[in-house]
Design a protein around this ligand. Structure first.
Ligand code: SAH
Ligand code: SF4
Ligand code: F3S
Length: 477
């Protein structure tokens, strides 16, 4: 784990910094430990790095074991019902831990907390929770802890909207050599099944200079690969005082010396511009991987989902990407069982999967989210029908993922080595630009280095390789 500390310049950041200093005087001496559990997407994972940064600044030490922790925090997700059920289940179990450890603090934050019904339920049935906050004010964690310690009461601080983007938070990165960077927050798209716009607020972009400064700081600190994060990165910059496109932002970021690889997610097909496709084609640093969720192959269902593209325009987009970057790996998200989905609609989804030949896909059974338009649509698909379609989709996908993975065998790729293999310590693990995972013989001094690896075998969801000479590389990106 590596620690970065950026200049805290902002007024609000200064206030929080002062509180962190005060708290650390009490907490450091006691040798208290923290544990953060993250549910949901990369956005949440990145938020958790900021939470960890604040907790360490306050003087808590990390522990991998929740049972040992004096401060437990769940950064929650509500995109599907099972994400919420997991949190409630874990919270029930924590009640017992707290009986043995009365001074332990439990905090909940993230997307689930932005819903009134959840807050009511926690107040009713989970009184052992100490602090509740949402997605817009995680920078205030130190202040909330201070209030809890001073008052001894449950602290609840949920904002309906963001006030401003607070820059310069401390942060604890999982890897020294790769990092995520938010380019924007929130979402304006209101896909009819999705709760994210309600819990993450409206779209707002960070200023390009703030993003570039952060990346420069990360690179100075040893980072080689960055992932630019947003719910819809393709609409980055549209609402800034001085508008700038995502494609231009990438070109600016690419100028940073020492930064070697750039990734981004997620792209919404409706906003993926020709300008961006051109940059994807000529960029030296963008990895050969585009995550482009299509959700459904039926234009009729896409309309009901409010996705604002058609099956044909999606396929056209894929064609354009493949033209400028034939080696681009494509991954996607698919929802099965959206209200009104017929067998014919589902066959259109299978058709897109077969035509595009995705390298990988995240597949989801439609989950009703109260408050979204789809929740009250007629013709909800019966669970057994949706599950049967889901299994057929997985069968088709498995064959395709297998085929795409086999195509990698024989190629030589640049691989960023991430860690020692968990099963076999003679192996290291890393990722190709295409995001395929590869294991090969190597020692820990390779971690964080970009090395050429020949792929010798495919095991469908991972590859086996061997390190070779740099001059043999067939794919730089
Ligand atoms: N902003 C991203 C996706 C964020 S949510 C995008 O637009 O692509 C991640 C994925 O969860 C979505 O792509 C969708 O496939 C899935 N998802 C969202 N709401 C869902 C719901 N109610 N039921 C099932 N899957 C859902
Ligand atoms: Fe949800 Fe659609 Fe926004 Fe993605 S673009 S977060 S699926 S509303
Ligand atoms: Fe992400 Fe889940 Fe929130 S997918 S944005 S953590 S609802």
């Amino acid at each position: 784990m590596d620690k970065i500390k950026i200049d805290i310049s902002h007024e609000e950041s200064l206030k929080q910094k002062k509180i962190m200093d005060e708290l650390s005087k009490q907490i450091k001496a006691k040798g208290l430990k923290y544990h953060v559990s993250t549910f949901g997407c990369q956005m949440n994972a990145h938020d958790s790095e900021k939470l960890k940064g604040i907790l360490e600044e306050i003087g808590y030490e990390a522990t991998d074991n929740e049972k040992d922790a004096d401060f437990v925090i769940y950064n929650t997700c509500c995109v599907r019902e099972n994400a919420e059920l997991k949190v409630y289940g874990r919270l029930g179990a924590l009640k017992n831990n707290k009986k043995h450890k009365p001074n332990m603090l439990i905090a909940l934050c993230g997307c689930m907390m932005q819903q009134d019904t959840v807050i009511k339920e926690i107040k009713r049935a989970y009184k052992h929770v100490d602090i509740l906050f949402g997605t817009h004010n995680l920078y205030k964690l130190a202040e909330l802890i201070q209030t809890r310690l001073e008052t001894g009461k449950m602290v609840i601080d949920i904002w309906e909207n963001y006030k401003e983007i607070v820059e310069d938070l401390p942060s604890i990165r999982k890897f020294k050599f790769k990092a995520s960077v938010n380019v924007m927050f929130g979402c304006n798209n209101f896909c009819t099944y999705c709760i994210v716009p309600y819990v993450r607020g409206r779209e707002r972009s960070r200023k390009p200079q703030d993003i570039i400064n952060e990346i420069q700081g990360l690179v100075d600190d040893g980072v080689k690969e960055i992932t630019l994060l947003g719910q819809n990165v393709n609409s980055y910059g549209k609402n800034l005082e001085q508008p700038i496109s995502f494609a231009r932002l990438i070109q600016e970021i690419e100028k940073i010396d020492g930064l070697e690889k750039i990734r981004f997610m997620t792209s919404h097909p409706k906003d993926l511009s020709d300008e961006l496709i051109e940059v994807i084609g000529k960029s030296k640093k963008l990895c050969s991987h585009i995550h482009l969720p299509f959700q459904s192959g039926s234009t009729r269902i896409l309309k009901k989902m409010n996705r604002k593209y058609t099956k044909e325009s999606y396929l056209e987009l894929v064609k354009k990407i493949k033209e400028v970057r034939p080696d681009a790996a494509l991954t996607t998200d698919i929802i099965v069982g959206f209200p009104g989905e017929t067998e014919e609609d589902f066959l259109e989804t299978l058709d897109v999967v077969k035509q595009v030949e995705f390298d990988n896909a995240f597949t989801f059974l439609y989950s009703i989210r109260t408050g979204t338009p789809a929740a009250t649509m007629e013709d909800q698909v019966p669970e057994n029908v949706a599950k049967e379609r889901f299994n057929r989709l997985l069968d088709v996908l498995n064959d395709i993922v297998n085929k795409k993975s086999l195509e990698k065998v024989g190629g030589i790729y640049n691989v960023l080595v991430e860690h020692i293999n968990k099963q076999d310590e003679n192996l290291v693990s890393g990722r190709l630009g295409s995001n395929h995972l590869v294991h090969f013989k190597g020692s820990k001094d390779l971690i964080g280095k970009i090395v050429p690896v020949k792929i010798i075998e495919s095991k469908v969801y991972y590859l086996i390789g061997e390190q070779v000479e740099r001059k043999e590389v067939t794919n730089e990106k």
